[in-house]
Ligand binder design. Structure first.
Ligand SMILES: [Zn+2]
Length: 269
């Protein structure tokens, strides 16, 4: 095989491996991230409840002040009784007294209602805080395991980086920049083996001339359809791919007919 082609296959495998480390790192962190996200959403719920508690407390304060005013008013009414002289004044003062007492009852009820409301919200907050504490404990337990996993991944990644560094130092710079240009869009499918007689990147069939050239492996060859670098891997290519394909389709069709027959038999039973 052409030496440069061999290098390209090797470096594409290394780049693929390097990319896979990102996925492995993300996977290792997934459980911790799930916990962090859950904690964040609980924290948001808590601060919503805290805002509501603040609002209820304000209302409670207003009602307390109102109740104090009403009590003061009742005291004044009690003093006025001594000064009542006529029946009309008596009636008016009685009415005022009655209305004020009703208002006191209402204010007390309101204070009780708000107090219960506030307590319920505070209980929700403490439940949520408990949940956060549980998550904190879970997080702590996980942390060491994740750290060990990440350390091992980082170490393996460093080794692969070194491998790449060595290989790149050996390679022709023109070939590297040619490869990097393809990699910009084709990512990890920049250098692909052919399957049957098709490009392993775009899966479009190659003509016989290019197929023969790829098998020879004397030059770096790109797919005429997509531009990826293609190479020959004997176990992936059979000499007559087209025929193979139709026979597969035929088998599939036969299978469908067979299934249909089985089905109708089952139904008949
Ligand atoms: Zn292609």
């Amino acid at each position: 095989m052409n030496k440069y082609l061999k290098q390209l296959i090797d470096i594409s495998k290394i780049d693929k491996e390097i990319d896979s480390f990102e996925i492995r790192i993300a996977e290792a962190k997934a459980d911790i991230n799930r916990i962090l996200k859950k904690k964040e959403s609980l924290q948001n719920e808590i601060s919503n409840f805290q805002d509501e508690v603040k609002e209820v407390s304000l209302k409670l304060g207003k009602n307390d002040a109102h109740l104090a005013e009403l009590n003061k008013k009742l005291e004044d009414i009690a003093k006025k009784w001594k000064m009542v002289k006529t029946e009309k004044e008596n009636k008016a003062l009685s009415l005022e007294d009655e209305i004020t007492k009703e208002q006191v009852t209402f204010a007390n009820e309101e204070i009780e209602r708000l107090g219960k409301n506030k307590a319920a919200k505070e209980e929700e907050i403490s439940k949520l805080e408990n949940q956060i504490q549980q998550l904190n404990a879970e997080e702590q337990k996980l942390e060491q395991a994740v750290k060990e996993k990440l350390d091992s991944i980082h170490q393996q990644r460093d080794e692969v980086f070194q491998e790449k560094h060595k290989l790149v130092a050996d390679m022709d710079q023109k070939i590297i920049s040619f490869y990097e240009k393809i990699r910009k869009w084709a990512k990890n499918t920049s250098v692909v083996p052919i399957y049957k007689q098709a490009c392993g990147g775009c899966f479009i069939r190659l003509n016989d001339k290019i197929f023969a050239d790829v098998i020879k492996s004397e030059n770096i060859i790109t797919c005429p359809h997509c531009g990826r670098i293609i190479y020959f891997k004997p176990e992936l290519s059979s000499p007559e791919p087209a025929e193979d394909k139709t026979s597969k389709v035929r088998t599939k069709k036969a299978k469908v007919v067979e299934d249909a027959e089985n089905l109708s038999l089952e139904e008949a039973e």
